[in-house]
Design a protein around this ligand. Structure first.
Ligand SMILES: *[C@@H]1O[C@H](CO)[C@@H](O)[C@H](O)[C@H]1NC(C)=O
Ligand SMILES: *[C@@H]1O[C@H](CO)[C@@H](O)[C@H](O)[C@H]1NC(C)=O
Ligand SMILES: *[C@@H]1O[C@H](CO)[C@@H](O)[C@H](O)[C@H]1NC(C)=O
Length: 384
């Protein structure tokens, strides 16, 4: 058997060798063709360059054609251009790797207008979108929008909407599980692909803005810290959820809790998408009744960058009614007095100074709240 196979293999081997001869000639012909094309084009470009009196252009005549292809690719604009679409075919591993790129020079060589990335973490529709549309109107240069929803959800936004085609490739995210943090990191990673994005705020379909765009933008852009809620909760709902197998990456004293709805700057966003130290520990040892979305980022950031987080959130929520879920506000709750109390009656630190402007967003609002909210945006929220 073997003896019969061998000649066949040899025969196979012979074939390509026989075909080798005509190859180099064809390659040389093609090479010559390209070379002459290159010479013609470079001569032409010398001509046009002289004609238009462009100075300091170094020409390499023989590489003219090749160079032309590459100059376009290496134009500076290419490196700062945001992705043309929120869609892409990268998987998480590829996306997170790409999103972790950081320039080593701090100073940008161009006029960079920092943007706020609004990351909507939703299941499906955005019932309060008309309110947000009003909020964003006229500020196109200063924000970008990303929506993460259930993967099979098809949004119905029209081409004029700020939400049109802003859905990022999504996967199922379950409350209290690592898939929720995965979704948040996926949103961050997608938003990081746009170099102009400087602040990254996570909002839900039941969130509303409490101020006009200018106020929120200034507040975030000028802040020296990121707004991540992070505190040491000694009760069973805090320290009680710590698992000693997270040691030594996380000790009980380092264990923190905080609301899921965070706001981070670019530096911290990169840290969150490129973390490989804490991720496996939280994935393996913080499972319900340890709700990982309340612990992973607050704990990790308070260990790694304690002075870069304000330890408070900018998203108001009402836990006063008790129970496992915060209060949801509907049509009947929306009055000027109610909103004024959230907007004005607060005390916090902002850049180390006492401030009464503490919350920029609020949740949770039912779809029925939309109509009365639209009615008072003009007078109270400062946008019409
Ligand atoms: C936030 O809390 C950490 C301790 O977890 C502390 O070191 C840090 O100074 C706090 N940040 C601010 C802005 O107060
Ligand atoms: C809108 O606001 C006005 C007064 O500001 C009030 O009279 C009216 O009832 C409100 N409408 C709705 C739908 O809330
Ligand atoms: C935003 O609101 C503030 C305070 O309510 C107001 O002074 C400012 O003019 C508003 N900005 C715009 C662009 O409407």
């Amino acid at each position: 058997m073997l003896a019969r196979v061998l000649p066949l293999e040899e025969g196979k081997d012979l074939l390509p060798r026989a075909q080798h001869k005509p190859f180099p000639l064809r390659i040389i012909k093609i090479f010559l063709l390209f070379l002459s094309l290159g010479v013609v084009i470079s001569v032409l470009s010398v001509y046009t360059t002289r004609y238009f009196d462009v100075k300091n252009v170094i020409l390499q005549p023989r590489l003219g054609l090749i160079q032309q292809c590459f100059t376009e690719e290496n134009e500076f604009k290419r490196w700062i251009k945001p992705p043309s679409s929120s869609k892409h075919s990268m998987n998480d591993e590829e996306l997170f790797w790409r999103a972790s790129f950081v320039p080593q020079l701090k100073k940008y060589p161009h006029k960079r207008v920092p943007k706020v990335a609004f990351m909507f973490l939703t299941r499906g529709p955005l019932p309060l979108s008309p309110l947000w549309e009003r909020f964003f109107e006229g500020h196109e240069e200063y924000y970008s929008i990303y929506i993460h929803s259930l993967p099979n959800y098809k949004d119905e936004f029209k081409s004029g909407s700020v939400f049109y085609q802003r859905q990022v490739p999504s996967q199922v995210a379950e409350w209290g599980k690592m898939s929720m943090c995965d979704a948040e990191r996926r949103l961050l990673a997608n938003a990081l692909l746009d170099l102009s994005n400087e602040r990254f705020v996570l909002v839900s379909e039941s969130c509303i803005p409490l101020h006009n765009f200018s106020i929120i933008y200034q507040y975030l852009i000028k802040s020296r810290t990121s707004f991540v809620g992070s505190f040491d909760d000694p009760t069973p709902h805090g320290r009680g959820r710590y698992n000693s197998r997270m040691y030594p990456e996380v000790t009980l004293a380092q264990w923190r809790k905080g609301a899921q709805w965070f706001e981070v700057n670019r530096e911290l966003a990169v840290k969150l998408v490129s973390d490989t130290k804490y991720y496996p520990k939280f994935k393996d040892y913080c499972r319900p009744a340890c709700y990982v979305d309340e612990h992973y980022f607050p704990t990790m950031l308070s260990i790694e960058t304690p002075n870069l987080i304000a330890n408070r959130t900018v998203t108001y929520v009402d836990w006063s009614r008790g129970g496992a879920h915060p209060a949801t506000f509907g049509k009947g709750d929306i009055t000027e007095a109610f909103l004024k109390r959230i907007i004005e009656g607060q005390k916090c630190l902002y850049n180390g100074q006492p401030s009464s402007l503490c919350f920029l967003f609020a949740r949770k609002f039912a779809p029925s709240a939309l109509e009365p909210l639209l009615n008072i945006t003009n007078t109270l929220l400062g946008f019409s």
